[in-house]
Design a protein around this ligand. Sequence first.
Ligand code: CTP
Ligand code: MG
Length: 393
Amino acid sequence: MNSRAPIVGVIVVAAGSGTRLGADRPKAFVDLAGRTVLERSLSSVFGMQREAQVVVVVPADLVPEAQAIAGHAGGAAASSISVVAGGPTRQQSVALGLAALGESVRIVLVHDAARALTPAAVFDAVVAAVAQTASGIVPGVAVQDTVKRVDDDDMVVETVDRSELRSIQTPQGFPRAALDAAYAEATVEHTDDAALFAAAGHTVSVIDGDQASFKITTPWDLRRAEGLLTAQPAAAGIRTGIGTDVHAFDDDSELWLAGLHWPGERGLSGHSDGDPVSHAITDALLSAAGLGDIGSMFGTSDPTFVNAHGEVFLTAARSRLEAEGFLIGNVAVQLIGNSPRFSPRRQEAEALLTGLLGAPVSVSATTTDGLGFTGRGEGVCAIATATVSRQYS
Ligand code: CTP
Ligand code: MG
């Protein structure tokens, strides 16, 4: 998550007007089950395993709004992100995005913001395939319908062998230098980046795409996406998770607890800021989604997380879950320890944590009647539970 010199760049094109959708604003800025189409797309990008430079291309008058959306989607754990104004055609918008990439970028992914539900795993697979083959890589799915070629009068000329056909999606990935050169020499408009790349003499391969990557083009597509996001999960679709964390008191540290700074209170030791409430919640979320634990996601010895505050972990866990199609139901966490006295700041802590996770978080606190390490005042413990539901896969 260090954003100094990423070798992967992702251009998210969102500068179209959305004529076929016919909404009162450009498509990427239309609401999709409570968040904009653009924010949903960016959540997937931020769910990528590899750190990336992200360039969002939007209509010139919506640059400030897109910056706010990008900040919200990425939170504290965002890869480096910039927003630039697009052009009159998709191809020109991509070219403007390419121009904003940093020097370190070697692999470029170009993604339609309109494919708002693309799973993060597709981005990871495209990056891996470009790195392995140095070709252009496009995700595609088999064509389900029988396809017929017709003449100008709609008379059927032939039935096309659909086993040879793929419906092509985004993100499409390319070696950066070759894509830059292909764009520089392009003289006609191509229907996608892979066609432009192939026209410059390069090879392109298809890897498995995902049905969830369908492009929101018409009002029907928007309703389909909304339906997938808001479907009421059956009780069986709800998953629970658990997380526990313990930190010892350390008189030389500042106290950070439940995402809050507690000046004048005894601090806790730890590689990060030693906030057991945030760490237990992060573990509970990852556990509920079956995505491992805080150590496997962040690496306990990673220097990036020295002194990192709870919101870094919580925001990153939320992005990861959302990218995998999980919605957080609620979180309950209990703090066990003699100090600090928690109740005066309970509401403040709950409001902060609820805001970070976009789901209700309740925090309670208890002591252990003088028993055990918490009772002896050696440290504090936090135990969290979380529920999540899978919205789509
Ligand atoms: N796009 C872009 N710049 C353009 C045109 C399109 O960045 N000048 C982007 C769109 O924002 C979209 C993607 O390219 O994310 C795919 O284009 P499309 O689905 O055609 O979107 P729109 O052009 O917005 O829609 P329409 O064609 O219905 O007007
Ligand atoms: Mg268009």
